[in-house]
Write a protein that binds this ligand. Structure first.
Ligand code: APR
Length: 262
């Protein structure tokens, strides 16, 4: 039975203090306090009639490449314009301190942003790719692009077409992210599974737990009876498999956990 609370309890503090190998699965919620909208929030501007789920598919890109391309380029500029928040900083700090004691804190993220890295953490796996890299839809060659020139806080008035591939000449570029129904990068998923299997504490932070197969990863911990702690202001699809569900923003709660780990 999951135990819910709005602040860390003595039980959770004890788990945190004794954990030597921690695995953390993060989702859009950890970046929300930096100002990056989550996937289930309403869209604005060119995209106000669309949900994020409508835009993050191969079909959406094929139907309207400019609409989808511009959405990703604009989100890229938004991510570049914001800063990591105390939740990212807490995980980076905890990772550094566990490593100093020959332990490990493995960060597995569904986020395509780089806010964990900019907070100073190493990320074991970006399960859904990166918004900063691009590849050709036909030949799959990676392509380097200059940073987008959008104001990340104001959606643009017009969309732009994805550029052609400079290598094969017939495909266009797409963001190197994993869209719904696409395969996850196999190595990242295997590394994530291994980290969760070998962890003595697993945290699930800021994810709705709706999107598979990432949402199945915490079940690997459940099978092994590894303690599972969720950090999320709302109940999620994963709440019922948790041992503890901490109901609040990750910036505050992760900072409390790291304080307890000292
Ligand atoms: N702290 C922690 N969690 C938060 C915060 C916060 N400050 N604010 C919101 N949340 C929670 C929400 O309650 C929600 O459960 O973050 C979660 C965000 O859920 P989603 O938007 O569904 O994001 P995520 O679970 O990462 O989505 C998975 O779906 O569209 C795809 O590939 C995309 O990686 C994404 C995947």
């Amino acid at each position: 039975m999951v135990k819910e609370s709005e602040a860390i309890t003595d039980d959770v503090a004890e788990l945190v203090t004794s954990a030597h190998r921690v695995a953390v699965l993060t989702g859009a919620g950890i970046s929300a306090e930096s100002g990056v909208p989550t996937f289930r929030e309403a869209q604005t501007g060119l995209w106000e009639r669309f949900s994020a789920e409508d835009l993050a598919t191969v079909e959406a890109f094929e139907n309207d490449p400019a609409l989808v391309w511009t959405w990703y380029r604009w989100r890229q500029s938004l991510i570049q314009a914001v800063e990591p928040n105390p939740g990212h900083a807490a995980l980076a700090d905890w990772q550094a301190r566990l490593r100093a004691r020959q332990g490990e804190l493995s960060i597995i993220t569904q986020n395509v942003d780089d806010l964990h890295e900019r907070a100073g953490a190493e990320v074991l796996g970006h399960l859904h790719g990166s918004i900063f890299t691009h590849r050709c839809v036909d030949c799959a060659e990676p392509a380097e692009l200059p940073a987008p020139q959008y104001n990340g806080f104001e959606p643009p008035a017009e969309s732009e077409h994805p550029p052609p591939c400079a290598v094969c000449g017939h495909g266009v570029l797409r963001p190197n992210v994993v869209w719904f129904a696409e395969m996850l990068p196999a190595e990242a998923f295997e590394d994530a599974s291994a980290a969760i299997r070998s962890a003595d504490l697993v945290l699930v932070v800021g994810t709705s737990g709706i999107v598979q197969p990432a949402a199945s990863l915490p079940l690997l911990a459940m099978e092994r009876r590894t303690p599972l702690v969720e950090v999320n202001p709302e109940p999620t699809e994963l709440t019922e498999v948790m041992d503890y569900s901490l109901r609040g923003p990750s910036g505050t709660l992760l900072a409390q956990m790291v304080q307890a780990s000292r």
